[in-house]
Design a protein around this ligand. Sequence first.
Ligand SMILES: [Zn+2]
Ligand SMILES: [Zn+2]
Length: 258
Amino acid sequence: MISLCALASGSNGNCYYIGNEHEAVLIDAGIPARRIITRMKVKGLLPARVRAIFVSHEHADHASGARVIARRLNIPVYVTQSTYLAMYANHKPDSPRFFKPGQEITLGSFVVHTFFKNHDAAEPCSFCVDHKGIRVGIFTDMGSPSEHVITHLGQCHALFLETNYDEKMLWEGSYPQVLKQRIASDHGHLSNDQAFELLKNYAGEQLKAVFLSHLSAENNRPELASGRFEELSARYNIYLTSRQEPGEVVRIQEEVIK
Ligand SMILES: [Zn+2]
Ligand SMILES: [Zn+2]
């Protein structure tokens, strides 16, 4: 059985937990380390189980806590070399373990697949985490889905999927035009509508759980994101993640998948 939890999700910080009874990995560490640890404990997830952290790209909402949490838990941080070089000095882990997009990394009974995504960062990556036949995708911070993302998405049983903004809210909102264009570009973020289309067109039959992730504070509202996915809620369990608190811990049994 695996447990999934968005310990933090949104444009103010991201950290995703994927674990079994003995070990776990974190994808991104974009909130302070002490908060990651507190939130894990609140949710009954043991920090001592975490074997490694993967940093998807250098933006602070994904990388700011990486150095400290790695020290606190005495675990490695996996990152690409270009991402590492682009990170703020005080976010850089002490001893990074470099991977290249496309590489697969085995950690106990988990296999982490890494692949390139379209985002305005040095070498942005997405991940799929496999555990005994269950595949979990973490797909946030992408302006448009890359071929790798589409292929992997079709194989997932659970998915953290970016629903960053509502298109009307973005274009009618107070952000400067240049920032609006950046968010909506192919290297920005996925809107509720884009995420919906992606799921509708490419998700496989085996998909069970979808976490609507990385919501913008300015340009989205939880009810708009979940409302957009209403018509798929008979097919998948759809969960909202929160910008302020850890989300629900969702458990998936291997038997359910077979
Ligand atoms: Zn982000
Ligand atoms: Zn980003």
